[in-house]
Design a protein around this ligand. Structure first.
Ligand code: NAD
Length: 524
């Protein structure tokens, strides 16, 4: 690992006045604030207001009033705003990147990629929303005499609870289809990373989104969560599996829908015929991209015995050469973890593995010389299921190598987890890789890629199975989940029941032969 001394100047766009303007929209009637810090230095950037339950209720009241007008605004007009927003988001990507970097500590390459996500989601739903939201006429129970129309209506006010690892993407991208569908949004970002989503809301309003429609409230999850869920008509949550259960329970009690995008312990399977160079490069991003803080990143790599040493040697060499440091330019391959607390958690997973017999092939240590929350990219061998990192998500730059003898064994190892978010299969024969993919219990499987191909395919739903979540973002359901369906049915002429002196027996006979006829005619 290259070590470069810390010489850091905060990005010029991140001025005190700009930060104060951003946080001014967060209600905080008690006067309590949270010190939002620059991750690379630990310096306080701004005092973030903390919203009380009364503030949150008021945010919902304001949002609800704005939503009534918004839902009555023609869809074409609503979508025009997102066309303008798309341009603004792309044009302001460098400033968003600065905010994402100061608040999360990730390297600039990942931060600029994150800025692209809301624009991609807007592009997708700009072409799809009109079709999805148009009333759809379906056949009624009696051909020609009945119709049934599926009418989509906004839920009302959607509560979004977002994590710190992709604050701009999860805070804004998940709001876009909700807003397009005619809802208002109340967002609760993580305290650590509230700046970039606040700027996203500012850009949306600059594009013409009515004031009041998109509210942001801030606070610690257990303080804000209950009021937010109790006021919302639907909850979109992204975060850990443990918090997801809490959110799901409360939404269930309130009989409102929720989408839960949770954690993973994602496997990568390398098949015998995989290209070594590409697979190693993939595994570098898979384990260390975003400093290992991507829900779909890789924490377990399964290699055929015959290729284990070859892969291991190339992977360790490439990892040791990574440029890890704090910088607000595109140089570093990897940046910091999000906080000192999180770094201690990642360290505890590595220490636990080592104490129980795992071997550190490279990395394994915090790097306070690079910044308060830096941790080395770490490759482990000999990880077993009695170790913390053998079963639970580490969510840091830590990956374990494993050998397998047969493909059946690799599939069994990959599926031996309570999670099911993402998997990555690498092989020269794509049909063979597809056959393996079919056997993996996961909401996403990428062949010859780690995660980007699946996640960037905005037309296809992306979610988790098992303990990795309920529901999905993207695809048609990524927008339709924010709507209620109303079934408007019309009977043109009353025909049910015996008519004009007909006996009930005759009526039943006619009804049953009608059923057979309809099936033959394939009329539903
Ligand atoms: P977390 O569950 O601790 O927090 C997520 C959000 O929930 C934060 O805003 C937090 O303040 C809030 N929160 C915490 N407790 C709450 C409560 N009781 N009620 C309401 N809100 C509460 O998760 P995290 O550590 O911030 O994020 C990392 C996790 O997110 C990882 O497990 C990662 O895999 C997961 N993640 C999943 C996806 C996905 O799409 N599946 C995407 C990104 C992150």
């Amino acid at each position: 690992m290259t070590v470069t001394p810390l010489a850091l100047t905060r990005p010029a766009s991140v001025t005190d006045a700009f930060l104060r303007r951003l946080v001014a929209r967060v209600p905080g009637s008690s006067g309590a604030t949270w010190k939002l810090t620059e991750v690379y230095t630990g310096d306080v950037l701004v005092e973030l207001p903390q919203s009380t339950p009364a503030d949150i209720e008021q945010a919902f009241t304001t949002a609800r009033a704005a939503q009534e007008k918004w839902a009555a605004t023609p869809l074409k007009q609503r979508l025009e705003i997102f066309k303008r927003a798309h341009t603004l988001f792309v044009d302001n990507a460098p400033a968003v990147t600065d905010l994402i970097q100061v608040e999360s500590g990730k390297n600039r390459r990942m931060a600029i990629e994150e800025t692209c996500d809301p624009a991609m989601v807007m592009s997708h739903y700009l072409t799809r929303a009109a079709k999805l939201l148009a009333p759809t006429k379906r056949g009624g129970p009696v051909p020609f005499l009945t119709t049934s129309t599926e009418v989509r209506q906004p839920k009302g006010v959607v509560g979004i609870i977002a994590p710190w690892n992709f604050p701009f993407a999860t805070g804004i991208s998940d709001a876009v289809p909700a807003l397009m569908a005619g809802n208002a949004v109340v967002l609760k970002p993580d305290n650590k990373t509230a700046l970039s989503p606040l700027y996203g809301v500012e850009l949306l309003e600059k594009a013409g989104l009515p004031k009041g429609l998109f509210q942001v409230v801030c606070g610690e999850g257990p303080d804000v969560g209950p009021t937010l869920i109790d006021q919302a008509n639907y909850v979109m949550f992204t975060g850990s599996t443990a918090t997801g259960r809490v959110i799901g329970e409360r939404a269930g009690r309130n009989l409102i829908g929720c989408c839960l995008e949770l954690g993973g312990k994602n496997p990568m399977i390398v098949l015998e015929d995989a290209d070594l160079t590409e697979t190693v490069q993939g595994a570098i991003f898979g384990a260390f991209g975003n400093t290992g803080q991507i829900c779909m990143h890789i924490e377990r790599i399964y290699l055929p015995e015959s290729r284990y040493d070859e892969f291991k040697n190339a992977y360790v060499a490439k990892t040791k050469a990574l440029d890890v440091r704090a910088a607000y330019d595109f140089g570093p391959d990897m940046g910091s973890l999000v906080s000192v607390d999180h770094m201690s958690r990642v360290k505890s997973h590595v220490d636990d593995a080592v104490a129980k017999g795992a071997t550190v092939l490279c990395g394994g240590k915090p790097r306070p010389d690079l910044g308060p929350a830096f941790f080395e990219p770490t490759i482990l061998e000999g990880v077993t299921k009695d170790m913390l990192c053998g079963v639970t998500e580490t969510f840091g730059p830590v990956v374990a190598l494993h050998k397998y003898r047969t493909v059946d064994e690799a599939v069994a190892f990959a599926n031996d987890t309570e999670y099911g978010l993402n998997a990555s299969i690498w092989g020269g024969n794509v049909d063979a890789a597809r056959a393996v993919a079919a056997r993996i219990e996961s909401g996403n499987v990428n062949i010859n890629d780690i995660l980007a191909t699946a996640y960037a395919a905005k037309g296809t739903p992306s979610g988790g199975v098992k303990n990795s979540g309920v529901g999905a973002r993207h695809g048609d359901q990524g927008l339709l989940k924010y709507t209620d369906v109303k079934n408007v049915a019309v009977l043109k002429k009353q025909v049910m029941g015996p008519r004009g002196g007909q006996t009930y027996e005759k009526y039943v006979e006619g009804m049953l032969s009608g059923l057979k006829l309809m099936r033959r005619l394939r009329i539903r």
